[in-house]
Design a protein around this ligand. Structure first.
Ligand SMILES: [Mg+2]
Length: 264
């Protein structure tokens, strides 16, 4: 039986100990577009207790770089797995999900299909954070513009038709080379940075809030949705194993407190 048929349980039933928390950013770490100081403090406390936090986001490499420089996280997977930041002492280490030499050709193909999408979905445009992307790009349909979901779905179809990968988040359609995803980037980090065994995924938690988290809800046996994930419930191909009572950052804080209590 897959998780689509299984019932999602309250987060209080999640069992520890937990070795690391992989967390989505938008709609999971943020509350109304901001990371509240309380949420920041909860992540700091978790890290200090020996449970490092890894950000996993569709946001650009430029954001990932800033997150690594300015927040208490261990690592950051940006651009849906396209770019991964880790540390080597004081130095940031950046790895691409595709060979670096192939980036200009991928970018040319992405620009071509972006023009096609913008001509067929009037009002759609490249997201304002696309400038800071190194591997993927994003069409904005619900951040600084408001378009019907059907336009976002059309964009996904047009992009997939030309052999690129496309994933819809709550605000963007992210698209790029079909050679990486968030889950494989997480498994890579478990091996390389956490020195863990990806076969023992029970020791790691993933938390998210939207449709683009479905593959992570499927991949992580201890997956958690913050309460606002319910707005996508019927469309979610894979449901999280656990759900918080509170939405957004408050839900993430609820999870952090629980992880501390089961990992001491
Ligand atoms: Mg999200």
């Amino acid at each position: 039986m897959n998780r689509a048929q299984m019932s999602t349980r309250p987060v209080t039933e999640l069992r520890g100990p937990i070795k690391a928390l992989f967390s989505d950013v938008d709609g999971t770490m943020t509350s109304g577009d901001r990371i509240e100081s309380k949420t920041y403090a909860a992540l700091e406390e978790l890290g200090a207790a020996g449970i490092p936090v890894i950000m996993v986001t569709g946001r650009p490499a430029g954001f990932g770089h800033a997150f690594m420089k300015m927040t208490p996280i261990l690592a950051c997977i940006a651009e849906n797995g396209g770019v991964t930041f880790t540390r080597d002492g004081r130095k940031l280490v950046k790895q691409y999900g595709v060979p670096a030499a192939s980036l200009p050709e991928w970018r040319r193909r992405m620009n071509d299909v972006a023009i096609e999408v913008m001509s067929k979905c009037p009002g759609a445009r490249l997201s304002s954070d696309s400038k800071y992307r190194e591997v993927d790009l994003a069409i904005d349909y619900n951040e600084e513009v408001t378009l019907p979901v059907s336009d976002a779905e059309l964009a996904v179809r047009l992009i997939k038709k030309v052999g690129l990968e496309a994933v819809r988040s709550s605000v963007h359609v992210n698209f790029g080379p079909p050679m990486f995803d968030k889950l494989s980037a997480c498994l890579g980090l478990i091996r390389s940075v956490l020195k863990g065994d990806p076969k023992e995924l029970d020791a790691y938690v993933y938390v998210g809030d939207a449709l683009n988290d479905a593959p992570m809800f499927k991949g992580f046996p201890q997956s958690v949705g913050v309460a606002n994930v319910k707005q996508w419930w019927d469309e979610l191909a894979y449901k999280p194993a656990f759900i918080t009572e509170q939405p957004e950052g408050a839900g993430l804080r609820e999870l952090c407190a629980h992880l501390l209590s089961v990992s001491r």
